[in-house]
Design a protein around this ligand. Structure first.
Ligand SMILES: Cc1cc2nc3c(=O)[nH]c(=O)nc-3n(C[C@H](O)[C@H](O)[C@H](O)COP(=O)(O)OP(=O)(O)OC[C@H]3O[C@@H](n4cnc5c(N)ncnc54)[C@H](O)[C@@H]3O)c2cc1C
Length: 423
């Protein structure tokens, strides 16, 4: 059996490791000629860390990541709305990790090359086309680096793991067009700060859906200059009808475009203007997703990760859901062989839950507590219970964990019954 993966991002690399662990031959074809540690912070939820632990990656990740202790929501005045422990601190058998995306991708690439061999990882190959011959093999066509001839690769299955602008998806759905922008834009950056905030392992979100600030540490111990790395994201809403620049993970932006809108967000537990001013490079990215698809698999071809279900980065689910896809794909291909039936089994396990998360994230997911606080008490509050009851807060948090498949019981039970790990 031979599997071709188009895309060597987070989902593609983990799928390669998961397939290899099951003894299935796989090659990865990534468009960039050199993988550079791009991106800023990313979160891995306990159900995804369970999968990574099964792949023997937990120690390397733990050494490079922060074990998130709690997630706290505040209003724009810095008043606490809701706080909940996360990962091990919440009684999960697995931690939640905050990690630099580039560091994660570099670790995964090292592991793929070490375990599968360097001849299984093809850099500088951009998927452009496919031919799926009934009863036969699937052929994927990759464009080479400048001036090089295209490569034609034959395999039993082709997995499109090529992200939000997936060319495999475009080949399956040629009429779909660009991702959908919802009017919000993210500014993402890392600041080397003199001191940690709150517990030193806290992720915070402050504000509401039209003006929001999120941050969490990427290191806990001060470096040689006594600094810790803090990842932050500022989010603003604009008039949708005016449109925005095409999403590009690498587009840089200017601090002066956003800093004035957060100028008075100086809380006694965090000075947001100072944190923003300390960033060396700021990246801009419009909040986009795509409508859930009715079908991911056609014959011997399927989609995974952002190619299958791009979602707003709300609730820290983008990478985690790609990792669950990887596990489900490996299980289905091991159980059914390299057949369309395996892809149907994978899709049956993963398409309904991920479609539900895409839709839940459009309604702000667990972050709706911030919007409720803004709507009901824009001037702030003395006691949050006068604005939102404890039951309502608990209900919102618990419902999202159910939808996203990481309620504590479910994650902890999944080791005893791996099939139970699927939503
Ligand atoms: C450069 C970059 C920076 C990012 N930074 C962040 C971040 O800071 N925070 C965050 O939450 N998420 C970030 N993401 C998105 C995040 O990695 C994904 O949402 C999530 O991890 C799901 O992973 P994925 O493998 O499905 O997609 P991705 O991680 O996006 O990986 C897709 C891969 O496919 C490759 N590719 C694309 N088209 C082709 C093609 N035609 N042929 C072959 N290969 C192709 C891309 O180069 C990429 O390596 C970033 C993605 C990229 C590509």
């Amino acid at each position: 059996m031979s599997i071709i993966i188009a895309g060597g991002g987070i989902g593609g690399l983990i799928t390669a490791l998961a397939l290899h662990q099951k003894g299935i031959a796989v090659t990865v074809h990534e468009q960039v000629g050199e993988i550079r540690p791009l991106g800023v912070g990313i979160n891995l939820l306990p159900h995804a860390v369970r999968v990574l632990t099964g792949l023997g990656l937990q120690d390397r990740l733990a050494a490079a990541a922060v074990r998130t202790r709690e997630l706290s929501y505040f209003n724009k005045h810095g008043q606490l709305i809701w706080s909940e422990p996360r990962g091990l601190d919440a009684g999960y058998d697995y931690p939640q990790f905050s990690i630099h995306r580039g560091t994660l991708q570099t670790i995964l690439l090292d592991e793929v090359v070490a375990r599968l061999g360097p001849d299984r990882m093809f850099l500088g190959e951009r998927f452009v086309d496919l031919t799926d011959r009934p009863g036969g093999k699937v052929e994927a066509v990759f464009a080479g680096r400048d001036g090089q001839a295209a490569a034609r690769r034959q395999g039993d299955i082709l997995i499109g793991a090529d992200g939000i602008h997936s060319a495999v998806r475009a080949r399956l759905y040629p009429q779909e067009g660009a991702p959908i922008w919802n009017g919000r834009v993210l500014w993402r950056a890392i600041t080397e700060a003199a001191a940690p905030f709150l517990s030193g392992r806290t992720m915070i979100m402050a504000g509401h859906q039209d003006r929001k600030f999120v941050c969490y540490p990427l290191t806990t111990s001060p470096d040689g200059r006594g600094q810790v790395r803090i990842n932050w994201i500022a989010e603003l809403s604009f008039d949708r009808s005016k449109g925005w620049r095409r999403e590009d993970w690498d587009r840089t932006a200017r601090l002066e475009d956003i800093a004035p809108l957060f100028a008075d967000w100086r809380f006694d537990w965090l000075d947001i203007p100072a944190l923003m001013a300390g960033a060396t490079t700021i990246y801009e990215y419009p909040l986009v997703d795509r409508d859930p698809l009715a079908r991911w698999s056609f014959g011997r071809v399927t989609l995974m990760g952002d190619a299958a279900h791009p979602m707003y980065p709300i609730g820290s689910n983008g990478a985690s859901q790609a990792i669950l896809d990887a596990e489900a794909l490996a299980e289905a291909l091991a159980a059914h062989g390299p057949t369309p039936e395996a892809l149907s089994a994978y899709e049956e396990a993963r398409r309904p839950p991920t479609s539900a998360i895409v839709l839940a994230n459009r309604g702000n997911g667990p972050e709706q507590v911030m919007q409720l606080a803004e709507q009901r008490a824009p001037g702030g509050f003395k006691d949050i219970s006068e604005v939102i009851s404890r039951e309502e807060l608990e209900g919102i948090a618990a419902r999202y964990k159910q939808v996203a498949g990481f309620s504590r019981d479910k994650v902890n039970r999944a080791d005893a019954n791996p099939a139970g790990s699927k939503a």
